[in-house]
Design a protein around this ligand. Structure first.
Ligand code: ATP
Ligand code: MG
Length: 318
């Protein structure tokens, strides 16, 4: 952490959630929100809440949805100096409704919102010049302004001895254009920490099978991998061949959105604060599990004290 803050780049949104289960938004219905959201914002919120030095790059509009996010992140201790405020476009938003089978219907406004309208500014440059770690979400790679920032930031942070983590966050079926695919492969190759979930592991490695994928990723240059498996827990792999399985905590899942982002933010922050992998995994599993017990994508992100209490009182799967 001495080297400087953990920085995350990407979409900042509000999420508005249907309070009933069903299909889509074709009839008037009860909703709850706005909740602060966006995968990169959830990640950095969890970093800040755990007491890590954290900063966010992105954009919001001059509206209440933007203020909800700015106040939330500031309250979590996140440096918001490199979040720009767009005078012309509204803050990004996502309406979400869970279906009976657990899948979700969305109405997004991201590409044509402030969320996609930021770039390499003086504030961003000042932040990156003192950053110790950069976290990249695969989902941010579909936003061209985010790519411009990420490309420059990776070089600067790495050159000054900082580190990079990548959450692929790209579904296996999703075809990216050639330039994005190349950018993604380059990011994976220089990642100090890779945080894939399920099949994203094979997607990032470009080979089938967990063992093959892990081997391939270490060959490419990845330093450390933590594979997320939802309610089945998570597994840490080191280049030296060490494996640590972290069983999930047993909770009632109310809202699964944001589990992976809280898990990743907690794991990374604990590692940067000097914790061994096994302890960081426990906090990460607790952060992911605690977040799914609360409605809202980052409402359940815990502080160190809250996670300690959660760990002390919650059973784990065997
Ligand atoms: P997201 O839906 O946010 O993209 P993800 O797919 O990246 O999530 P998950 O594997 O769903 O990541 O969740 C991350 C971690 O959070 C898991 O490895 C687990 O430790 C914890 N977790 C997630 N869901 C549950 C659950 N229902 N019960 C207990 N722990 C959970
Ligand atoms: Mg994920």
């Amino acid at each position: 952490d001495q080297l400087g803050p953990t920085v995350c780049v990407g979409e900042i949104l509000v999420e508005i959630v249907a309070t009933t289960v069903g299909n889509g938004f074709m009839e008037a219905q009860p909703l709850v929100g706005p909740f602060a959201s966006g995968a990169p914002a959830i990640f950095i919120s969890q970093c800040g809440r755990l007491g890590g030095s954290a900063a966010m790059i992105g954009a919001v509009g001059t509206d209440d949805f933007g203020r909800v996010n700015l106040e939330r992140l500031k309250g979590d201790g996140v440096d918001i100096s490199a979040i720009s405020i767009d005078p012309d476009y509204p803050t990004g938003s996502a309406f979400v409704r869970y279906r009976e089978d657990g899948s979700r219907d969305f109405v997004y406004n991201i590409a044509t919102s402030a969320a996609a309208r930021f770039g390499w500014s003086e504030g961003v440059s000042n932040l990156i010049d003192r950053a110790g770690h950069l976290h990249v979400m695969g989902s941010a790679l579909s936003v061209s302004s985010a790519c411009e920032v990420i490309d420059k930031a990776v070089d600067i942070v790495k050159t000054r001895g900082g580190t990079l983590s990548v959450d692929p966050n790209i579904r296996k079926e999703l075809k990216l254009d050639e330039a994005t695919e190349r950018r993604f492969a380059r990011l994976v190759a220089v990642a100090d920490l890779l945080l894939p979930s399920g099949e994203e592991l094979e997607r990032a490695a470009g080979v089938e099978g967990e063992t093959n994928a892990i081997r391939r990723l270490f060959e490419i240059g990845v330093k450390e991998i933590v594979l997320k498996r939802g309610a089945d827990g998570a597994t840490y792999y080191s280049r030296e061949g060490e494996r640590i399985d972290a069983p999930a905590f047993i909770v009632a899942e109310i809202d699964p959105t944001g589990a992976g982002d809280c898990f990743g933010g907690a794991y990374l922050t604990c590692r940067r604060l000097g914790m061994p992998a096994a302890d960081a995994l426990t906090y990460a599993a607790a952060a992911g599990a605690r977040n799914v017990t609360v409605v809202g994508p980052m409402e359940g992100a815990g502080t160190r004290e809250q996670l300690d209490a959660f760990i002390a009182t919650t059973e784990r799967r065997s």
